[in-house]
Ligand binder design. Structure first.
Ligand SMILES: [Zn+2]
Length: 78
């Protein structure tokens, strides 16, 4: 098989970012570092705060302005 890239894409940044509501610690993690909510109606990921052990619900980081895609700069759920 000969595989040739005709247009190279880029791997999306999967880093999640969250702020602890209890102690205001800001964390970054990957989806695999998080726990999936046990409630099947909820698709939220959660991670334990390393400082106070509260539950943090991290979300995708907004794309950086240097990506050149201004359309996604303002996400409605942020
Ligand atoms: Zn905390």
């Amino acid at each position: 098989m000969t595989l040739k890239i005709t247009r190279r894409g880029k791997i999306p940044d999967r880093t999640l970012e969250g702020t602890c509501r209890t102690c205001t610690t800001v964390i970054e993690c990957l989806p695999e570092d998080c726990e999936q909510s046990r409630d099947p109606r909820e698709h939220s990921l959660s991670v334990s705060c390393p400082v106070c052990k509260s539950t943090i619900y991290p979300s995708s980081k907004p794309s950086s302005p240097t990506d050149g895609n201004e359309l996604y700069g303002h996400r409605p759920w942020r």
